[in-house]
Design a protein around this ligand. Structure first.
Ligand code: GLC
Ligand code: CA
Length: 531
């Protein structure tokens, strides 16, 4: 496809703004204290008006919910708490009607131990196709190079199954056995899951925990070549059947390794930039742009149609896996003094509390999010500066109900307050009766309205219209980090959109074309350039 002035049309995910939410946390339609698809439908106007173009939904499939739905018991169903498959289809159609794309989760590395595949496997004969849906061993001494990810909870990546009489492999919780990608039947079964959701019309899939699909003795069992081979197979499968879809890799890796998930443009379309995220916090705290410049310099160029997904916070802890030991120590001291704020190798806090609820710092990080090279991903509630609750256990403290109004249960649900799936935030500074959408909608100076203006500005200057809008007027633009404003001191950095390719002649109408220079200063004191 091309734009009116003949330039190639950028794929939708390159100028998207993604909004991450959990169905259970967003809006409760049937007053049982748990968010659901009918409730979510009523909020589509809100997210569209925020300037978001795509929604990323956390897992909503049948699950024992021991890892908030990342422990899947049925890949092609909808958890009864959230509605039915036809509720999902209705939601998807309504989102599309409003020009919003929908990204869902493909949790392909593991299942719940309640999944029928695992129940069948533990009873099946050793060596059978059914047994080999998972990774078994007589000894827990295999793949010892693999790190333990949930180190606060799991002592080993192997657990004993008394029914099978063998150990099974799991990179996450023991109740989440890893699927065995060496088994062709597993690979086929996963492709069927992909066909199911893309067939319904889902626009993108986030590939959860994708570096861990294959194990290899004598290595850390991450980013194994066979994993990339499978991703190429997945990509060509998708391309052959479903045009205009997107695969997003969750690969918590150094930039060089994360970039391998793009392949040569034949694996994932997008990948999260994990190492950038903690460095934004490091830069703001040390008032020095160096951590950002440094990680961008370490980031290799990526294929034209690919894109980084950038984020400040998400549903997990602020992971400190991709920083040095010194940096980790510093970040813990700076942002998580209380031991309760720490979990695994990270910090379980939301954006506003992390930044001391300092409006200017919140604005600064969001402005960087929207001007660094990549697609911004906003975590629900951070656009109103929601608080967190580090006492809730695991990562629940950043997954509390969305705060809509000063009504009962912050307008999230009509249920009895004790029925809510998680309690509302009642911390004095972030109390749900003060921090909510309704109040901020009325106040032109609120964070919510500031975020709207920021996203509108970005959309205007990237030339991107909402997904699904007519192609006319969408000029191809790219974001890139420009030269540093060195003379102004170590704190400042300029980032801005840049037109790809030189074009002469008048600017296309309605494209919002032009070059915007976004200058961000990490310093707390004003700097002027020496004459
Ligand atoms: C991913 C998810 C996280 C989940 C884990 C195991 O890292 O983001 O929430 O616990 O995978 O599925
Ligand atoms: Ca409900």
């Amino acid at each position: 496809m091309t734009t009116r002035d003949g330039e190639p049309h950028p794929p939708w995910y390159k100028d998207a703004v993604i909004y991450e939410l959990h169905v259970r946390a967003f809006c409760d339609g049937n007053a049982d204290g748990i968010g659901d698809f009918p409730g979510l439908m009523t909020t589509l106007g809100y997210v569209r008006d925020l300037g978001v173009t795509a929604l990323w939904l956390l897992p909503f499939y049948p699950s024992p919910l021991k890892d908030d739905g990342y422990d899947i018991a049925d890949f092609t169903g909808v958890h009864a708490d959230y509605g039915t498959l036809s509720d999902f289809q209705h939601f998807l159609d309504e989102a599309h009607r409003r020009g919003l794309r929908v990204i869902t989760e493909l949790v392909l590395n593991h299942t719940s131990d309640q999944h029928p595949w695992f129940q069948r496997a533990r009873h099946a004969l050793s060596g059978s196709v059914e047994r080999d849906y998972y990774v078994w061993s007589d000894t827990p001494e295999r793949y010892e190079g693999a790190r333990i990810i949930f180190r606060d909870f799991e002592p080993s990546n192997w657990s004993w199954d008394p029914v099978a009489g063998a150990y099974y492999w799991h990179r996450f919780y023991a109740h989440q056995p890893d699927l065995n990608f060496d088994n062709p039947a597993v690979r086929r079964a996963i492709l069927e899951v992909v066909d199911f959701w893309l067939g319904l019309g889902v626009d993108g899939l986030r590939l959860d925990a994708v570096p861990y699909l294959y194990e290899a003795e004598g290595t850390p069992s991450e980013n194994v070549p066979l994993t990339h081979a499978f991703l190429k197979e997945l990509r060509s499968h998708v391309d052959a059947r479903f045009p205009d879809r997107m695969l997003l890799a969750e690969a918590n890796q150094w930039p060089e390794d994360a970039a391998t998930y793009f392949g040569t443009g034949d694996e994932c379309h997008m990948a999260f930039h994990f190492p950038l995220m903690p460095r934004l916090y490091l830069a703001i705290r040390t008032e020095d742009r160096l951590p950002i410049i440094d990680v961008l310099a370490q980031t290799p160029p990526i294929p034209e149609a690919c894109q980084w997904a950038l984020f400040l916070r998400n549903h997990d802890e602020l992971t400190l896996e991709m920083v040095s030991d010194e940096e980790r120590l510093y970040l813990y001291r700076a942002f998580a003094q209380e031991p309760e704020a720490r979990v695994n190798l990270g910090i379980r806090r939301r954006l506003a509390p992390l930044l001391g609820n300092d409006r200017r710092r919140i604005e600064l990080l969001n402005a960087l999010l929207c001007s660094l090279p990549g697609t911004p991903v906003i975590y629900y509630g951070d656009e109103i500066g929601m608080g967190d609750n580090v006492y809730l256990g695991d990562r629940d403290g950043v997954r509390t109900p969305m705060q809509w109004s000063a009504d009962r249960n912050a307008g999230f649900s009509r249920a009895h307050p004790q029925q809510l799936y998680l309690p509302l935030i009642v911390d004095h500074e972030f109390h749900h009766q003060a921090v909510h959408v309704e109040a901020q909608q009325r106040n032109p100076h609120s964070l919510l309205n500031w975020m709207r203006r920021l996203l509108a500005l970005r959309r205007h200057h990237l030339g991107g219209e909402r997904a699904g809008a007519p192609a006319q007027g969408r000029a191809q633009h790219g974001l890139r980090a420009c030269g540093a404003a060195d003379a102004a001191g170590p704190a400042r950095r300029a980032f801005g959109p840049r037109r790809r390719g030189r074009r002469r002649g008048p600017r296309p109408r309605g494209s919002g074309a032009g070059c915007v220079l976004a200058v961000s200063s990490m310093s707390t004191s004003p700097r002027t350039r020496a004459a």
